[in-house]
Each structure stands twice: as C-alpha cells, then as structure tokens.
Design a protein around this ligand. Structure first.
Ligand code: GDG
Length: 467
C-alpha cells in the first residue's frame, strides 16, 4: 500500500477530538499507511529565522510543517486566498480585492511548499492536496520533477465560468489544476462549472470517465461530497460533556423550543439574512413569540480581514435590535455568542434544539447540517432548515430547503419547522440519516483515493508545461 501524504494549509493532530471529523478521518488513512501531513505551522516568523521543516510524530503519522514570513502570510493567506479566492469562489465579486501584489505571494508560498515537500517524498507516495490555498501546488511540484500521483480536493464551491473569469489570471489558476491526476469537487454543480469552464475557456477535450485533456495533460474530475464521521459524532453525542450540555439546555429552556445556528462568522454563511428571517417570523407570529429562542454561535474567523469586521458589526446590531424590540423581562429572542464552543459540547446543543438554521448564501458542503442530524434523538428529532445554496442541499432533499435571500419564505419555514408533527420529523430525519450514513467521511476518503489510484499516471504525467 502506498504511503499517503496529505497537504493542506493548516494541519491538525488527528488524535485530538478538537481537530474535528475531517482530521479524524484523514488521520485514519494516514495511520493505516504510516503517512505524512504537511502544511503551515500557523507561525509567522522573521525571514531571518529560516524556513526549515519542523517535524512532530503523532502516533504513526508524521506531521511536517513550515513557518511563513509576515510578508508571505499577508499576501498568500490574507491577500490572495482569503481576499480573492474565498469571496470569488463564493460568488462575491463585490468583496474581492484584486491587488496585483497578492498573486506573487500566493505563488511564492506554493513554491516554498513544493521545495520543502519534494525531498520528503518517496517514489510511490500518493499525494492528496486540499483546498483553494494550494491550487498551484502540483504544478510547482511537477516543475521540480515530481512524478507521483497527486489528487486535489476543493472544499469550497467553484463558481460558474463567467464569475471565475473575473479573476485576473483565472486561466493560470485553472491550467494549474491540470497538473493533478484527479480533481475533486463537493457537488455536481461545482463539477459542471469546472466542465463548462475548461470546455469554453481552455478548449479542453472531453474524454471518457470524467477525464479532460488540455495543455498536454489529462486530468480526471469528479464530485465527492464530503461527509461526517457519523459514528464518531454519535459517540460524542452520548459522551458525558454533550449529555450534560443537553440536560442543561433542556432545563434552561423547558418552556421554549430552541432554534440553533452554529457557523464560523463568515459572510458566506448568511447570518444577517438569517436574523432578518427570524425577526420576520417574530413579527408575523406574535402568539408564538415567547415560545422560541434562537441560539446563534458565531465562532471568530479571519478577524483581520475587513469584510469580517463589517459583518461582525452588522450582526451585533441586528441581534441587539431584535432583542430590544421583541424581548421581555423573562425572554430574549436571540442569544448570540461570538465565541468558539468546545466541540465536545456541540452535539448536546444540537440535540436540545428543535430546529437548526443552516442558511448559507453559498457553501461548498456545510458539515453543521450533517452534524445536527447525527446528534438528534431518532424518536423525537428536530427539523433541519437548509439553504438550497449549500452543497449539502444536493444530498439532503428531505430538509426544509429555503432561499436565504427570501426573508418571508425562510420565516415561513421556521413556522413550519416549529409546528411539524413528530411523524413527519421522524420520516424526514430517517431518510437523511440513511444518506449521511451511506456517504460518510470514510466513503468520501475511500472513493476519492480509489478514483485517484485508478488514474493513469503514465498518461496524465507524461509531460507538463511550465506555469
Ligand atoms: C469548509 C467549507 C465544507 C463551527 N463553529 C464551531 C465549530 N464549528 C465546526 C462545525 C463544523 C465545522 O466547524 C464547520 O464546517 P462547515 O462545513 O460548516 O464550514 P467551513 O468551516 O466553512 O468549512 C464547507 C467544509 O470546509 C468541509 O469540506 O463543508 O462548505 O466552507 O464541523 O461543527 N466547532 C467548535 N466550536 C465552534 O464554535 N468546536
């Protein structure tokens, strides 16, 4: 069995619960193959301190990291990754900052990763690169002579060709994807966007089995919707910390139904729109007012990017206004918490909540939707309100699907969810559990790695034009 080498911007110690299901799942494959996880250490250092690789052993898994200089971090991470790619890939051209200097930093860090990683590789290693920070990594590795099989998975959406084409240098970016043997997307929609782009903009030739030929290379593209580790989440749900949280919430809110939202504080998650929908619900249903409370956890994220500070202020002001206008001495409609909650407690909060509001404006997949379902009591489950613009909506058809831009329609879904009879809640929950069990994170890992193993390395790796 080949050794697996995972590369991502940030790495996690797969042995720690706080790392989350993805790290646990990748950790499992890494464990089985005595693999290596390579990425940024999270540290910013003086250029003079050097860029030596740091090693740490996590059981059989080798963790290898490099530090970044302030200049590189700002251009690569804040600038190009989160100031250009994140907004544009989430269809937010209005928030993109196309500063010409960022792309050089983005390339520099990808080149640094390639230079530092290459000497650590064995000839039959299989590489799995993750996410938008590292799109050109395979091209940089190939330029240094790397022949190994390399797969890439994009965790965020891929926008339609015309939106993608607004990025200066978009052709360079997509051409870089052809240095991989396999490129994976979250949904059919994202895959279709890729196909349309390469056909129209790169004049790629469609071959059999999802393979595309352009720039003297062949790449296979597919949709691999990411899942959660349902079993691990179930264990977490029944562990003391989550049970304690559940009991506490049940006691505290014994007279009311809870609605819950758990998101990173990010403009893609549709938080202000969600608050407006909840306000509309309160306005329209005065008789139900005191019977529902929305708990919104918004964990801090990328606080040094300005679009995030604006969002923080908008959300604070909306929550304050809702509580000010509708609150009573013994009831606050919204509990807004701008902190990260311990992972071990989340399932308890989910289980105690009758409704989950997962209403992103655009989302690659959205794992919170799946975690909420996995934490429910199957006999008396809650209702998932899910944005049709989350990748998860392609799979979770039995959720109450909403358009988050449509305040009235989302408010109506809240009412429907709060009044849904137990029989219907059970049926919907059961159907969705079947899906998230069948397509869990292990399925995702295995199906991606199987597809990567089946690619014809000789055909795709035959030649590589320099970027
Ligand atoms: C990207 C894509 C894609 C959230 N708040 C807290 C907390 N979380 C955990 C959730 C969940 C994870 O973070 C968030 O995952 P999502 O999928 O919802 O969203 P992104 O962070 O944007 O992830 C997304 C994902 O990659 C995987 O491919 O689905 O579309 O954008 O696990 O539970 N965890 C803790 N405290 C919090 O306050 N402990």
């Amino acid at each position: 069995m080949s050794r697996l080498v995972v590369v991502s911007n940030r790495i996690a110690d797969p042995r720690k619960t706080a790392a989350g299901g993805l790290a646990v799942a990748l950790g499992e494959v890494l464990n089985n193959t005595g693999g290596m996880w390579f990425g940024w250490s999270g540290k910013i250092v003086d250029a003079a301190e050097g860029d030596d690789v740091q090693f740490e052993q996590a059981g059989p898994v080798r963790l290898a990291t490099v530090h970044l200089s302030q200049v590189d971090h700002d251009a690569f991470y804040l600038g190009y990754s989160n100031g250009v790619l994140w907004p544009v890939f989430h269809y937010r051209l209005d928030l993109a900052d196309f500063d010409a200097g960022y792309i050089a930093g983005y390339r520099r860090v990808n080149q640094l990763f390639a230079r530092k990683l290459l000497p650590l590789l064995k000839p039959d290693d299989v590489l799995w690169v993750h996410d938008y920070h590292l799109i050109p990594l395979a091209a940089e590795l190939r330029a240094l002579g790397c022949q190994q099989r390399i797969g890439f998975f994009l965790h965020i959406p891929l926008p339609p060709p015309l939106i993608l084409a607004a990025i200066p240098g978009h052709d360079w970016l997509i051409r870089a994807l052809f240095a991989y043997d396999l490129v994976g997307f979250q949904s059919r929609t994202d895959l279709e966007h890729f196909e349309r782009y390469v056909e129209t903009e790169a004049h790629a030739q469609a071959l059999e089995d999802g393979r595309w030929r352009a720039f003297g290379r062949t790449v296979k593209a597919g949709a691999f919707p990411i899942g959660i580790d349902v079993q691990e989440f179930d264990q977490l749900t029944h562990a003391p910390e989550a049970m304690e949280m559940y009991e506490r919430m049940k006691r505290e809110y014994s007279r009311r139904k809870l609605l819950v939202g758990v998101d990173r504080l990010d403009y893609s998650k549709g938080l202000p729109q969600r608050m407006r929908a909840f306000r509309e619900f309160l306005q329209k249903n005065p008789d139900l007012r005191q019977s529902a409370t929305l708990i919104q956890i918004a964990s801090p994220s990328r606080e040094n990017v300005s679009a995030y500070t604006d969002l923080l202020h908008e959300l604070e002001s909306l929550c304050g206004a809702i509580n000010g206008n509708f609150g009573e001495l013994d009831w606050m409609p919204v509990r807004y918490i701008h902190r990260t909650v311990a992972r071990a407690r989340l399932p308890g909060l989910f289980r105690a909540s009758r409704v989950a509001l997962v209403t992103p404006l655009r989302d690659g997949m959205n794992l919170v939707a799946k975690e909420y379902l996995a934490a429910q009591n199957a006999d008396d489950p809650g209702v998932l309100i899910l944005s049709r613009f989350a990748g998860a909506a392609e799979q979770l058809k039995e959720a109450l699907l909403v358009n988050p831009y449509d305040t009235e329609n989302t408010a109506a879904a809240i009412l429907l969810a709060l009044q849904m009879p137990v029989e219907e809640r059970r049926n919907r929950h059961q159907a969705m559990m079947r899906t998230i069990r069948a397509y869990d994170v292990h399925w995702w890992c295995d199906s991606f790695l199987d597809a990567l193993a089946e690619t014809d390395a000789e055909e795709s790796g035959a030649s590589w034009l320099r970027l």
